[in-house]
Design a protein around this ligand. Structure first.
Ligand code: 5GP
Length: 189
């Protein structure tokens, strides 16, 4: 059996990565296993521990870093986020395509450790649309929204870090494009 792919999917907050991901996960042909990250950010309404993230304190996060338990990690608008290394390689060995939904600094670390990682960046049709989507979520205070928009601008200047850039005009279209990218890489692996 071929080893599964390591897929990095990034994109600014609010671009719709979660919805695209849900479509991809439903597709059994893609054999995607989602890597649940660890974060020090507070749980949002509707989120579940162990499903969306493993929610920990900043101290617990730092301990995990010191113990070398994270494949990559980064600080994002005041909180820590990281990928537990345990599980990623085991799942790949089982032929699963492990998908990390992480930001750009984490992607750079993954590329160093796993140069064969497939990296995809999802962009919004334009910045106004992104702002509308972030504000529409109504889950964050104004300073956090501003911080997330500023991060989005910085990230989008570096999208040449990624092998593929996909515009989320509609979720169905973006998911279909990403689906084809993954299927092509599965054939090559
Ligand atoms: P949110 O707070 O909206 O769930 O996530 C904020 C940002 O953190 C998003 O850009 C998301 O992709 C990123 N992120 C989530 N998990 C990880 C992770 O494990 N590592 C890194 N580097 N970024 C992550």
């Amino acid at each position: 059996m071929n080893k599964g792919l390591l897929i990095v999917m990034s994109g600014p907050s609010g671009v719709g990565k979660g919805t695209i991901l849900a479509e991809l996960m439903d597709d059994e042909e893609l054999k995607i296993a989602y890597s649940v990250s660890m974060t020090s950010r507070k749980m949002r309404e509707g989120e579940t521990n162990g499903v969306n993230y493993w929610y920990v304190t900043k101290e617990e996060f730092q301990e995990a870093v010191e113990r070398g338990e994270l494949l990559e990690w980064a600080e994002f608008v005041g909180n820590y986020y990281g990928t537990p290394v345990k599980g990623v390689e085991e799942l790949r060995a089982q032929g699963k395509n492990v998908l990390l939904e992480i930001e750009i600094e984490g992607c750079k670390q993954v590329k160093k450790k796993c140069p064969d990682a497939l990296t995809i960046y999802v962009i919004p049709p334009n910045m106004e649309e992104l702002e509308r989507r972030i504000r529409g979520r109504q889950t964050e205070p104004e300073d956090v929204i501003e911080g997330r928009l500023a991060k989005a601008r910085i990230e989008m200047e570096q999208i040449n870090e990624y092998s593929y850039v996909v515009c989320n005009e509609t979720v169905a279209e973006a998911a279909e494009i990403i689906r084809n990218i993954i299927l092509n890489h599965m054939k090559q692996a």
